[in-house]
Design a protein around this ligand. Structure first.
Ligand SMILES: [Zn+2]
Length: 82
């Protein structure tokens, strides 16, 4: 079974227990979408806030993310907690 690591708190677990973010076809970031390089976050607001701090997700996905994309993604992720 593959094990993934939360980019915020470094917790390790099965991928199904995390929220997955990856690069979409257009190159932008998307929740649950796309293939290839992905980043994982716990289903917790603290990890979402920490993981989307400037630079962290960009490094995990190997490329810059715009402030607009970051804000849209944060809203999407927080919606998953409700
Ligand atoms: Zn975490």
């Amino acid at each position: 079974m593959p094990i993934r690591t939360c980019i915020a708190c470094k917790h390790k677990a099965d991928p199904s227990s995390f929220l997955r973010v990856s690069r979409g076809i257009s190159g932008g970031v998307a929740l649950f979408a796309g293939h290839g390089r992905s980043a994982y976050l716990c289903r917790a607001e603290t990890c979402i806030q920490e993981g989307l701090k400037k630079g962290r997700l960009d490094r995990a996905l190997k490329g810059a993310i715009t402030d607009f994309e970051r804000l849209a993604l944060k809203n999407q992720l927080l919606c998953q907690l409700r």
